[in-house]
Every structure is written in structure tokens, then in C-alpha cells.
Write a new protein. Structure first.
Length: 247
């Protein structure tokens, strides 16, 4: 397994600069939350790390290799990318979508599809078409598609946004714990979840890297309040945190 390295990333579209020349190194085995207000550049950063966003400057490396130089099949096996919005070109069934996800790997254990179906509680949905699924069901199917091959790198853009509270907690905990032997980089909208489950948090604003800190340090950093434009009251909640915004 290899580190994922962003070197002097810059992304511009027309007169708008979405990412402003910053660098990040993600270890091969860690879980990182990406946070920031709307328009901060979080989704653009994830697309750049996945190799689906054209860079104006800089590069992304997987280990010593330039990500842009990797064959598409090799990249698909190494990096699982979960976009914020997804819609299949055809109205496939859940079983067919999982098979599409499994097709990214050269070989899989015989029970890989069965385990993915069970892990994301998709039993009984196998014949359902994408168009008939609820938002939460679609989110779980997409996660199963990406994780069925257990990629060394997972990039997930607000994967819990459509889930109910139980599935949201279970999912974020799973992605954070996955950092024990894989790399998970997750855009997290809910700050309580970001600081409660992830040990490292990256804060973006206006396309700039504001902070890259251990969660335990960033939680008390006044830059957090400045970026979001509020004053946070930090409340310890068991082993996690609750941030209450005050004007």
C-alpha cells in the first residue's frame, strides 16, 4: 500500500480558482475528515485526488507514481471514489450494480458480493431497480459498489448525507475504523461526526488549505470559528464532541 500525495494542487475554471496551490500527504493507513463551508473546495479536492478533475497545476501521486499516468483499470482497483451525486446510465438492479462494482477487481473472494450485501443491509433489494430506491437505499448501494473490492484508498464525498441517524453513525464509524489498514479520506458535513470519529481533520475555505491538524487540536482552534463565521461552543459528549453554533 502507498501514500496518496497531492503536490501544489491548483484547479481553476475560467476566472474561478477552486483549489489554490496547496499540498497534502495522506498515509497509506489512516482516516481523514475533510471539512469546510459550502464552496470551500472539498468536492473538488476529492475529485482531484481520484484523478477525475483536470488540474491547472501540481500533481497527485500514489506512492511514487503519478496518478495521471496509471492505466484506468489499475487506478480503479487502487482507488474507490464515492461521489456526492451518482446516477447510473441504465436503470440497473441492485445486484447488477454490485456486479459492476465487483468488476473493478481482477479477482474477488467467492463470497464478496454476499458480504457486501449483508454489510450494507441490501438483502431483499437485489432485484430492485435504481429508480425505485430511496435516497438512503441508494447511498448504501453505492457504498457497497465501491467497497465490495476493498480498495486500498477510499475517497468518499459526504457518504452519510442521505442516511438516517443509525446508518449514518454506523457508516462514519466504519469508514473511520477502516483507516487501521487502509486509507479513507471522507468529506464530512456534520462537524460532530468529523471530530468524534476521525483522528485527523483537514479544514478548507475558498479553495485554500486552512488547517491540517489532529482532531484533538483543531477542535479548539479559533480558525474553525473564523472559517464557518460563527462562535462554536464545544461540548464533550461521551467519547465524542458536540459543536453548538452561537452568534
Amino acid at each position: 500500500m502507498s501514500a496518496l500525495v497531492a503536490e501544489n494542487l491548483r484547479v481553476a475554471r475560467g476566472k474561478s480558482t477552486l483549489l489554490r496551490d496547496f499540498s497534502l500527504v495522506f498515509d497509506a493507513t489512516e482516516s481523514v475528515a475533510i471539512i469546510g463551508p459550502n464552496g470551500a473546495g472539498k468536492s473538488t479536492l476529492l475529485k482531484a485526488l481520484a484523478g477525475t478533475e483536470a488540474l491547472t497545476g501540481g500533481r497527485v501521486r500514489l506512492g511514487r507514481r503519478n496518478l495521471a499516468d496509471l492505466p484506468a483499470a489499475e487506478r480503479a482497483q487502487a482507488i474507490g471514489y464515492l461521489p456526492q451525486h451518482f446516477g447510473p446510465h441504465w436503470d440497473l438492479s441492485v445486484a447488477e450494480l454490485l456486479e459492476v462494482g465487483a468488476g473493478r477487481a481482477r479477482s474477488l473472494p467467492a463470497d464478496a458480493l454476499e458480504k457486501a450485501t449483508a454489510a450494507f443491509e441490501l438483502g431483499g433489494l437485489e432485484r430492485r431497480r435504481w429508480s425505485t430506491l430511496s435516497g438512503g437505499e441508494r447511498a448504501r448501494v453505492l457504498l457497497a459498489m465501491v467497497l465490495v473490492v476493498d480498495p486500498p484508498v477510499l475517497l468518499a464525498d459526504e457518504p452519510a448525507a442521505s442516511l438516517d441517524i443509525r446508518h449514518r453513525l454506523d457508516l462514519v464509524r466504519t469508514l473511520a475504523e477502516r483507516g487501521g489498514d487502509r486509507l479513507s479520506v471522507v468529506v464530512v458535513h456534520d462537524l460532530d461526526l468529523a471530530f468524534s470519529f476521525f483522528k485527523r481533520v483537514v479544514l478548507l475555505a475558498d479553495g485554500e488549505l486552512i488547517a491540517d491538524e489532529a482532531a484533538a487540536r483543531l477542535i479548539a482552534d479559533p480558525r474553525l470559528d473564523e472559517v464557518f463565521g460563527v462562535r462554536f461552543e464545544r461540548l464533550r459528549a461521551g467519547e465524542g464532541w458536540h459543536l453548538r453554533a452561537c452568534r
